[in-house]
Design a protein around this ligand. Structure first.
Ligand code: PEP
Ligand code: MG
Length: 575
């Protein structure tokens, strides 16, 4: 029987396949001996975790939405029954007392026994119930250990597999290969979280912020993932399945049509030339950039070279990576951002995660606080600049003092290379990202020191609206159309023009069709986005007349009522 779940669609496309639940590290529990005098406390700890889980399941049953199917009810009842079964609620207690082991271990051993005996059942239905036992035990173990979940590294089913996880970190996600999963679903996350951005990079439909998908979906369930609408249909009936297969074919057809635009110039109907650049995370993404017909790379998030490894890349390794990208682009511009580590992108070597990482030592702040790391990267970048058309982009500048400090630092590294006789592009352009409202507002005070600007709307919106971009609880408040955001965008685009500094947008907004005309109307002429989105944006540019959208854009900018803003935006996007 079928039911549906709704989340935030972050990477488009339709996927049909079987669920694979990301395993939880909670199942890798430690085993230790508990001293005799603490046995009673250990049993009490076990009982408390059981009680909390019982409470959690009961609340889940009470709070499930009106539309939720009877199956969800039945499934929650089943989990409560399993929890209260003496094999789960009593046997581990006895084992703690008898063997003086920790509660997690007792529960895990008992779970393994049960799973083994379930496997012996001839009846397929009963055999499948072992997944329920595992889920219930995982829930209790989570209470006992409070450990986070981890993404699996390989699909386990034949055919098309859909990853269902509570959460996946960007670092885990870049380890997946394109096509390894045909869709990715997570309970946590917002539309511009880096997890979502990487999923787009994998060209894989992705829905985040599903809240309870990991609990409600079972291993091997048949799923339809609608990456356009953010809908998941679990165990769909034949008719729905046929409809979505048709939709999948249509999407493929639309993609094929778009491919014909690859070589076309992105000019508006009135003949204004627009630059459409690509965002990349790793040198391997170059193939996608080529496919997209991008006229350059507007953002290379170099920090991804630093993730998933114990030793950070040295100067030569970085140099090779940067050189490969600039040479691979054959003279087209390549904008490499100095590492934006911190927040949700922590290298393995990070000593501690800040209390409030998005507001902590991140991006240029970290670079300036770790001069050795920054110097190594700058040396590698400058050396690679000799081999192509490279620009350097500095993330999260907050104002004049930081800009000065950064430019001085870069000059210092240049002098070092001069002294060593190393070749580099002496005229290399240094740009800054506008991601902090203070920087947007005080643009006049420092932008003229830079060769170009790039607006990071993901962070600019996060910091303007005080909404953690990774937190699904506040994802609905993340709004590029908020009047404050629009005013800041207009202010930066106008300001840059007045100062005479080129400006682009490289946040997710640049790749969203709904905002293409709005951004053009605000005066933007350079967009940088995920390569998979570029041809659709190009099509929109080709069908836009700047004189025709001017008045409506101004109306959007002046409107105060969010409903009006949306109404005007819809009009702007018609035809
Ligand atoms: C942004 O903030 O919009 C941006 C492009 O940078 P990132 O998403 O990597 O923070
Ligand atoms: Mg950013």
């Amino acid at each position: 029987m079928s039911f549906s779940l709704h989340g935030i669609a972050v990477s488009s496309g339709i996927a049909i396949g079987h669920a694979h639940l990301a395993s939880h590290t909670v199942l890798e529990v430690a085993h230790y001996e508990v001293p005799k005098q603490f046995i009673a406390a250990e049993v009490a700890r076990f009982d408390a975790a059981m009680d909390a889980t019982r409470q959690e399941l009961t609340t889940l049953r009470q709070n499930k939405s009106q539309q939720a199917m009877a199956e969800i009810d039945a499934f929650l009842n089943l989990h409560l029954m399993i929890l209260d079964d003496e094999h789960i609620s009593q046997t581990p207690r006895e084992m703690i007392e008898r063997e003086r082991c920790n509660a997690e271990w007792a529960l895990k051993v008992q779970m393994d026994h049960l799973v083994e005996s379930f496997e012996a059942f001839e009846d397929a239905y009963l055999r499948e119930r072992k997944a329920d036992v595992v889920q219930v035990v995982e829930r209790v173990l989570k209470r006992l250990t409070g450990q986070p979940n981890k993404v699996p590294q390989a699909a386990q089913h034949g055919g098309s597999t859909i990853l269902v996880a509570h959460d996946v970190s960007p670092a885990d996600l870049i380890q997946l290969k394109p096509g390894q999963f045909s869709a990715i679903l997570t309970d946590l996350g917002g539309a511009t979280s880096h997890t979502a951005i990487i999923a787009r990079g994998l060209n894989t439909p992705c829905v985040v912020g599903l809240h309870r998908a990991r609990e409600l979906i079972r291993e091997n369930d048949m799923l339809i993932v609608d990456g356009e609408q953010g809908v998941i249909i679990v165990e769909p009936d034949k008719q729905i399945l046929a409809e979505y297969k048709l939709r999948q074919d249509q999407i493929e057809l639309e993609r094929k049509k778009l491919r014909r635009l690859k070589a076309a110039h992105a000019n508006t109907l009135d003949g204004t030339e627009i630059e459409l650049y690509a965002n990349i995370e790793l040198p391997d993404d170059l193939a996608d950039v080529k496919e997209s017909g991008a006229t350059g790379i507007g953002l290379f998030r170099s920090e991804f070279l630093f993730l998933n490894r114990d030793e950070l890349p040295d100067e030569d390794e970085q140099f090779e990576a940067y050189r490969a990208v600039v040479q691979g682009m054959d003279g087209l511009p390549v904008t490499i951002r100095t590492f934006d580590l911190g927040a949700d992108k922590q290298p393995n070597s990070a000593k501690r995660v800040a209390r409030n990482p998005a507001l902590g030592l991140r991006a240029i702040r970290l670079c300036l606080a770790e001069p050795y790391l920054f110097r190594t990267q700058l040396r590698a970048l400058l050396r690679a600049s000799h081999y192509g058309n490279m620009k350097i982009l500095v993330p999260m500048l907050s104002g004049l003092a930081e800009t000065r400090q950064t430019l001085q630092f870069i000059d210092g590294v240049k002098q070092e290379l001069d002294a060593e006789g190393m070749a580099y592009n002496r005229e290399i352009q240094i740009g800054g990202m506008i991601e902090i409202p203070a920087a947007a507002l005080a643009l006049n005070t420092f932008a003229k020191k830079l060769s170009f600007l790039s607006i990071g709307t993901n962070d600019l919106i996060q910091y303007t609206l005080a909404i953690d971009r990774t937190d699904e609880e506040v994802a609905h408040l993340y709004d590029p159309l908020n009047p404050a955001v629009l005013k800041l965008l207009a202010h930066v685009i106008d300001g840059a023009k007045r100062i005479g500094v080129p400006v682009s947008v490289c946040g997710e907004m640049a790749g969203e069709l709904a905002y293409t005309r709005l951004l053009l109307g605000l005066g933007l002429r350079q967009f940088s986005m995920h390569p998979a989105l570029l041809l659709a944006v190009k099509q929109r540019v080709l069908t836009t007349s700047l004189p025709e959208i001017a008045a409506l854009t101004q109306k959007i900018l002046r409107a105060e009522d969010p409903m009006k803003i949306r109404e005007f935006l819809d009009k702007l996007n018609v035809a």
